[in-house]
Design a protein around this ligand. Structure first.
Ligand SMILES: Cc1cc2nc3c(=O)[nH]c(=O)nc-3n(C[C@H](O)[C@H](O)[C@H](O)COP(=O)(O)O)c2cc1C
Length: 399
């Protein structure tokens, strides 16, 4: 008995001490050990392991100080910096605080479906190594809204321990639900009082018929409904205020479809638009031709210009009156800056994080601060849309 107790004590001591050592050395441990190990695993196991590492304090914290010009206010919410984690990484709200402390200014949890569902069979995530890109056909694997909402609520109970930062929730629908409106309604009810913003995701290519919800009449109907539900759910404003409602769109729309979506969003006073989800296109020049044949949505650098040009179109169409969250192929400060100059107020990324690891976040923030200051901007907000209404003066300089 005494021997068993002794063994237990020793085991507890060893686990705790090694945990503490690893935690303390997380900065040094991630780059040489964790990052190469993750690349050896298949993409989904690597992702699951990254989430596990984040949950257990193994992701290095960003200890640097951001340039004050990166701070911005959008929808009355304060963002310490405009670089956020895109939906799909923390689908279940497992590691929000770890990702905020790794340096993101905001995190978009989800997509969350009302009921738990498995998603598509594995394998469903594929690396296009040479293109630094990914194809996924996850199909909304989700633990369901009650589990995620409880996690986020718990975090708010201990708000003093929680990392400062904005947390949005991205809503999806269950595969078998016939009436999509009902699922988004459930999502809004579950998260309206705890999310800093809500995203109506109607653009994942991996849920049958989902993208049809982007069509003019269906979209108007859906958005009117969710906005009414949000307002009814929060008749009395919660301390955080009503969460803004955003729509996440596909990069595979025709110009006419895009114009219809933008007109509808403006008419219904939607608060913002996330541009964009993954693409079903396979742009010319992909190096990993074999993997590119996999079904699913492509993300990473091959998506970059496609999404940036849509950001520009939407900024122009709306005269900058609709908040744009720019996402798609951002893997450097230059990429983020291009999207801001094209009209994005906030930036998100995912695929580059999977390839580069969390040190990328600081790198982008430093680079972006330098680019903004080089061009004479006092703050990131001054640069939004600067490439869109460019008139060329006689000396050919941008103004
Ligand atoms: C594995 C994976 C899963 C994703 N899951 C979701 C999701 O559940 N909901 C969503 O709106 N977007 C999802 N996305 C899309 C991303 O949020 C983002 O729009 C897209 O990947 C483009 O950004 P990136 O090039 O920086 O990755 C997913 C992307 C990847 C790679």
């Amino acid at each position: 008995m005494a021997l068993r107790l002794k063994f237990r004590l020793i085991r507890t001591f060893v686990i705790t001490t090694s945990g503490l050592i690893v935690y303390t050395l997380a900065d040094k441990f991630y780059e040489p050990v964790l990052k190469p190990a993750l690349q050896l695993l298949d993409p989904e196991s690597a992702h699951d392991f990254a989430i596990f590492a984040a949950k257990h304090g193994l992701v290095p914290k960003d200890k640097g100080k951001d340039w004050s010009g990166l701070a911005c206010e959008v929808w009355g919410r304060q963002f310490e910096n405009p670089i956020g984690l895109a939906a799909g990484f923390d689908k279940h709200g497992d590691c929000v605080d770890a990702m905020l402390s790794a340096g993101f200014g905001f995190v978009e949890v989800g997509s969350v479906t009302p009921e738990p569902q498995e998603g598509n069979p594995k394998p469903r995530i594929f690396r296009l190594e040479k293109d630094r890109a990914v194809i996924n056909r996850c199909g909304f694997n989700s633990v369901g809204s009650s589990v995620v909402s409880e996690r986020l609520r718990k975090r708010l109970v201990h708000i003093h321990a929680a990392q400062p930062g904005v947390v949005g929730v991205n809503l999806g629908k269950n595969k078998d639900t016939e009436d999509a409106k009902l699922d988004y309604e459930k999502g809004v009810v579950a998260f309206a009082d705890i999310a800093d913003y809500l995203v109506i995701n109607i653009s994942s290519p991996n849920t049958p018929s989902l993208r049809n919800l982007q069509q003019k009449n269906q979209l108007a109907d859906l958005l009117e409904h969710v906005i009414a539900i949000r307002d009814a759910t929060l008749k009395e404003l919660s301390p955080k205020g009503r969460p803004p409602i955003l729509v996440k769109i596909s990069p595979d729309l025709t110009d006419e479809e895009l114009a219809d979506i933008v007109t509808t969003c403006m008419r219904l006073s939607v608060d913002g638009i996330v541009i964009s989800n993954t693409t079903i296109q396979r742009p010319h020049g992909l190096l990993e031709q074999q993997v590119a044949m996999q079904e699913g949505g492509l993300s990473g650098p091959p998506l970059k210009n496609i999404s940036t040009s849509i950001i520009q179109k939407v900024y122009r169409m709306t005269n900058g009156r609709l908040v744009i969250v720019g996402v798609g192929g951002v893997s450097s400060a230059e990429d983020a800056y291009d999207k801001i100059r094209a009209g994005a107020s906030l930036i998100e990324l995912y695929t580059a994080l999977a390839y580069e690891g969390p040190a990328l976040i600081r790198k982008i923030k430093i680079g972006l601060s330098e680019l903004l200051q080089r061009d004479g901007f006092q703050s990131v907000q001054e640069a939004i849309g600067k490439d869109v209404f460019v008139s060329t003066s006689q000396d050919g300089m941008r103004n």
